[in-house]
Design a protein around this ligand. Sequence first.
Ligand SMILES: NC(=O)c1ccc[n+]([C@@H]2O[C@H](COP(=O)([O-])OP(=O)(O)OC[C@H]3O[C@@H](n4cnc5c(N)ncnc54)[C@H](OP(=O)(O)O)[C@@H]3O)[C@@H](O)[C@H]2O)c1
Length: 263
Amino acid sequence: MDLGLLDRVAIVSASSEGLGRAAALDLAREGARLALCARTDKTLQTAAQEIRQQTGADVFARTCDVSDPDQIDGFVAKVAEHYDERIDILVNNAGGPPPGTIAEVGLREWRIAFDRTFASVVRFCQQVVPYMQRRKWGRIITITSSSTRQPIDGLATSNAMRPAIVGFAKTLSRELAPHNILVNNVAPGMFRTARHEELLESMATSQNRSPEEILQERVAQVPLGRMGDPDEHAHMITFLASERASYITGQTIAVDGGLVRGL
Ligand SMILES: NC(=O)c1ccc[n+]([C@@H]2O[C@H](COP(=O)([O-])OP(=O)(O)OC[C@H]3O[C@@H](n4cnc5c(N)ncnc54)[C@H](OP(=O)(O)O)[C@@H]3O)[C@@H](O)[C@H]2O)c1
């Protein structure tokens, strides 16, 4: 299937590791040109170099903390300069919001969660939409979580902020449909990444159990009986970014091995 991604310019934020990096690599395999960011330059440049070597893609990589709107503005301006004022695809990603129950999470953590998980997406969208409007084509895809559908115990900030993204994306999809800009979310279940390892450690400490025991309990909730591979998540993003997804907008699509029970 020709996905029509050759030479498309795709920003993938928070993409030096994990789900963001897998999405970037998958888009590059289909011929897209990339703009990557993360906070740590060393791992970011290593990821960019590995993707160039594996795919031959043009990869622009620059540090940006997505919790800081000024850094987002500066990053998008540099991407536009590098790619001759062209940005076709935005994949929004960030590190997860701070873990904890409502009793454990203070106002400081709620503010971090708002800046990192919600405001970063709003700002990136505001910055890239004018470039997409000019070419009457665009794809905006945000990596969220299964908490958009079903709260996860011990992740209060995620359970509150992720559904806010769903409302934002649905609203934006309606505003941007006349411009042929499609807006969707992907809702991952459980994928073995650095973030997942951190969460296991945090849950193990607060429940006084071993991370391995918690992992087995979590995997047992997944009908497919295993954690996902980040590549399996990336393929959904690549499809939504492609020409083949031209009649899909305003959706939040689970990639979770059947984890969420809701209809
Ligand atoms: N893995 C899962 O099973 C799973 C399930 C549901 C939802 N999610 C969500 O999916 C997202 C990605 O998770 P992941 O598992 O891929 O995480 P990960 O393996 O920890 O990777 C996070 C990536 O984001 C970058 N990053 C973190 N904070 C950033 C910031 N403020 N600004 C810019 N870059 C930042 C990191 O690099 P630097 O640290 O250098 O910035 C790294 O490249 C998270 O929001 C997570 O909550 C993951």
